[in-house]
Design a protein around this ligand. Structure first.
Ligand code: F3S
Length: 93
């Protein structure tokens, strides 16, 4: 599965959700999460994220290891997001 990591926190560009063929992105208050049972590892979202927040779990930087569990847990409690929306921040860099 793929995992959304810290760079998404406070950003939520949501470019990722638009290209996802299985709609496996779930929206938390500050970031998005990928449901591990739904992600098919197509990698379509990886190059779409402007802040490079999405990783295959095997390539997840050590410092963000906890995000694998976090995605799995929170994807179950958050609503699915399938359309692009205004990002939280980052418009001005
Ligand atoms: Fe977050 Fe990047 Fe998607 S900032 S919402 S993982 S495009």
């Amino acid at each position: 599965t793929h995992v959304v990591a810290e760079p998404c926190f406070g950003c939520k560009y949501t470019d990722c959700v638009v290209v996802c063929p299985v709609e496996c992105f779930y929206e938390g208050e500050s970031m998005l999460y990928i449901h591990p049972d739904e992600c098919i590892d197509c990698e379509a979202c990886v190059p779409e994220c402007p802040v490079e927040a999405i990783f295959h779990e095997d390539n997840l930087p050590e410092e963000w290891a906890e995000y694998t569990e976090l995605n799995a847990e929170l994807a179950q409690t958050c609503p699915v997001l399938t359309e692009k929306k205004e990002p939280l921040a980052g418009n001005d860099g």
